[in-house]
Design a protein around this ligand. Sequence first.
Ligand code: BGC
Length: 393
Amino acid sequence: MKRITCSQILVVLALMAMSACRDVNKKAIISETAGTNMQTPMESTLQQTNFDTIIDGRAVKLYWLENKNLKMAITNYGGRIVALLTPDQDGNYVDVSIGYSNIKDYLDSAETYFGATIGRVGNRIAKGKFSLDGTEYSVVPNNNENALHGGENGFQDKVWDAEQPDTKTLILRYTSPDMEEGFPGNLTVKVTYSLTDNRAVRMEYEATTDKATVVNLTNHTYFNLNGEGSGSILNHSLQLYADQFTPVDQGLIPTGELKNVKGTPFDFKDFNTIGSRIDEEDRQLAFGGGYDHNFVLNGTKSNGMNHAATVVGDKSGIVMDVYTLEPGIQFYCGNFMDSENTLKSGAKDDYRTAFCLETQHFPDSPNQQGFPSITLRPGEVYHTVSEYKFSFR
Ligand code: BGC
């Protein structure tokens, strides 16, 4: 047997210590650079005054949150993330979310969901109809015959009351009146956005009602981890911690089946680029015009939440991990983006230049007996948390 001498062991230990130092030094440099209060070009572009207005008699503003790693701009119009700045390997801030530079563009836009808080019920309800405790309710259809993201005037169009208790937290409140968009019950909603010390954007949702209702809240940020306006997201690598997804019909309503992803283009159990199988002949991809599907999370726990997804920007090396208390996640890859709108970077919202990972209960839950329920009753508290955590490789 070959013997290892003491001096060989010492050399190995010294090399390991040197390489650890290099890593520590690199991280130290990055956090110093990222921690400076210098304005990024995006902060100069996003003038707060361009968001100051009154809508429905309520003041609209742009709020900046900041900690030593992240900077985020949110408007209380629709509870929308307008910009999200995270450092890349070189310590340069990259704006990884899609948005507009002023409130007028949000009001005029044909795409109403950029960065928005979605409610009262995220994703689709078949034909806008559901029944609860024997009463049938109708939500105005706004997506062909179906209701999408809470109907015609969902939470993305509401002015939320805002309170900024400290530099890294924003609390938004909205009370949705009984029968708004057809949903029963006065629903009191609180969304808390915060930036955590471990580089995550945390979204906490709470709601109570005075009548039985249905609730499924989410956030609809469109991400491009190479930076807004930096082209296609098809070379981003994606891993989804989901063995199953919920197949849909032509109108993107789930059939009720939980289908194993094995052997399909929906298998993201190991890293795959978003684009590697997107053009394969597949009925589900044809219905979605690409990926626009709910994945059933395996429940792999991390920090008490389900680890839902990991995405890597191919050009920036920025990594985003998604954690959630929700059972599902909608992966949508910008199939309906159509270059109609000019983003805050000056780029157009071109086809598949952003993707969404919307943490959620499954689409059409009120009509699907086999899916986890989204019914909320008086006396109960709706509570859910999702985190989008950033690092780099
Ligand atoms: C839906 C898509 C829809 C998009 C709108 C997604 O959550 O699943 O079908 O086009 O939102 O931005």
